[in-house]
Design a protein around this ligand. Structure first.
Ligand code: ZN
Length: 261
């Protein structure tokens, strides 16, 4: 009976969330007034949009208390859409989100960027050793075999859901991805999953170009860090730096080198 009630409540909530006018399924109605100003490492956010929890999105508990869940609407809708897509394709898990930005942006302790609503940290989808979805309290580190590092050796990197997530992120029409930071070992693992699923070459190419281990600092073996480009409407006050991928929205700055594919 409790399960039945839970299912009914989830369906009701899901249909309310799905009722958005133009964000697509799984996307609540969002104000589009947000403005991302400056750079991710030196900027601020006007009219930041709060990412709310839904049946598909949860706050990673370690970060819930500080409430840094504000982004541009492009970023927030992206997270809702991606989480909904994963839940549709491989049901049974919610997207665990770490920090975005403060309501008005600016410096966030523990981050160099995350200042103007275009960065988000996302926990990997993971399962327990029996393959059941596991919702973590904090980010967990995984090795190249997809096994959790101590003290989380019972956890497994969820290839199917993480692949669905990445694929959805890189193909969004409103929010264009500049980077998804993740360790090289896990990038290789994800690409193998994409090949196994016979993903189209154009999507594989996007994933290959956007997933990267940062050249210095944290290798990102325990979460994805996603950065989106400025939307054309926010420029020129919103500023990007290279690389400019072929899917850069609008016109890149004069003199910028743009990848052709
Ligand atoms: Zn981050």
């Amino acid at each position: 009976m409790r399960i039945l009630v839970a299912i009914v409540v989830t369906l009701l909530f899901a249909s309310a969330v799905s009722a958005s006018r133009d964000g697509g399924p799984g996307v609540p109605e969002l104000s589009r007034k947000s403005r991302s100003i400056g750079y991710p490492f030196d900027g601020r956010l006007e009219h930041g949009v709060l990412l709310r929890e839904t049946p598909f999105v949860r706050y990673t508990p370690e970060y819930a208390r500080d409430g840094r869940f504000y982004g541009t609407w492009e970023l927030v809708q992206l997270l809702h859409r991606a989480a909904h897509r994963v839940a549709t394709r491989v049901p049974g898990a919610r997207l665990s989100v770490g920090e975005l930005s403060k309501q008005g942006g600016g410096r966030v302790p523990g981050h160099h960027s995350h200042q103007n609503g275009r960065d988000v940290d996302i926990a990997f989808y993971m399962t327990d050793a029996a393959g059941r979805p596991f919702e973590p309290w904090a980010f967990a580190e995984f090795d190249r075999n997809g096994q959790g590092r101590g003290p989380n050796t019972m956890l497994r990197f969820d290839d199917a859901r993480n692949w669905e997530l990445v694929q959805r992120l890189v193909t969004d029409g409103d929010a264009r991805i500049q980077y998804i930071f993740v360790s090289n070992a896990l990038k290789e693992r994800l690409l193998r999953e994409g090949e196994r699923r016979k993903t189209s070459p154009s999507i594989m190419n996007r994933v290959r170009r956007t997933l990267m281990q940062p050249p210095t600092g944290h290798p990102h073996g325990n979460h994805f860090h996603v950065r989106i480009y400025c939307s054309p409407a926010n420029r020129p006050r919103c500023q990007d730096r290279p690389p400019y991928h072929a899917w850069y929205p609008g016109k890149p700055p004069v003199g910028a080198v743009v990848a052709t594919r």
